[in-house]
Design a protein around this ligand. Structure first.
Ligand SMILES: [Mg+2]
Length: 230
């Protein structure tokens, strides 16, 4: 048994292929409304959406604004008068149906669980999308807890998110917890601020940037499992 007992796992781009889900749901919604939905439009949407999530992380906008504005901005680019609220609602409903694990993710989670670790998903995102994909991928059979930011009233990297997540899990000894995720800004910096160890899952070999200081960096699920189970 290694040092850790509880593993907080990020969802999107750590276990789940969010990019594929996003693209599939976006394409369906735009096509259903007779709007263009080629690679260029998808890239424009992603850029708008990413910028808004970063604004929200800085406290500049709230989530109600974000979810409507991302489609309002896209409609301005497309010169369309479709209702952004309707588009967002259909998109969010669709996102929960487009569930794709990253290759090897299920086996990785099963291996951690077999090693006696308590697993929880710690994710920023919208409940319908996160719960829908958690169940459809079968992750709910292996990971007993899903801690969605909106439902906790705080998001990574806020310390309040980790406080509430650990309280929900009944964990008091923070040295027994490790946060695993692909995002330096939310997963690793959040873990740093909450006083818990972190594993930066960095399969693409990105350079370290910003204030986050990962305890470990790993390029594959095998490397993470070796760190946590040794
Ligand atoms: Mg992520």
């Amino acid at each position: 048994m290694g040092k850790y007992r509880t593993v907080l796992l990020d969802a999107d781009m750590t276990l789940l292929d969010f990019h594929r889900s996003e693209r599939a749901s976006l394409t369906k919604v735009l096509a259903a409304h007779g709007l263009p939905h080629d690679d260029g439009v998808a890239a424009t949407y992603s850029k708008i959406n990413d910028a808004l999530w970063k604004s929200m992380a800085r406290g500049e906008v709230d989530q109600d604004y974000l979810v409507v504005e991302r489609f309002a901005a896209l409609m301005r680019v497309l010169d369309s008068d479709e209702d952004p609220r309707v588009l967002n609602r259909e998109y969010e409903q669709g996102l929960g149906l487009e569930a794709y694990l990253l290759p090897g993710a299920m086996e990785f989670c099963q291996r951690l669980r077999a090693g006696g670790l308590e697993l929880a998903i710690a994710t920023n995102g919208l409940p319908a999308a996160q719960w829908g994909r958690y169940r459809r991928t079968g992750l709910d059979k292996v990971i007993p807890h899903l801690l969605v930011s909106v439902e906790l009233g705080a998001q990574k990297p806020q310390t309040a998110y980790f406080d509430r997540a650990l309280e929900a899990l009944g964990v008091t000894d923070r040295t027994s917890v490790v946060m695993v995720g692909d995002s330096l800004e939310s997963d690793i910096y959040g873990g740093n601020r909450a006083g818990i160890d972190t594993v930066w899952y960095n399969p693409n070999g990105l350079p370290l940037s910003g204030p986050a200081v990962p305890t470990y960096t790993a390029a594959s699920y095998d490397e993470i499992a070796a760190l946590l189970l040794d």
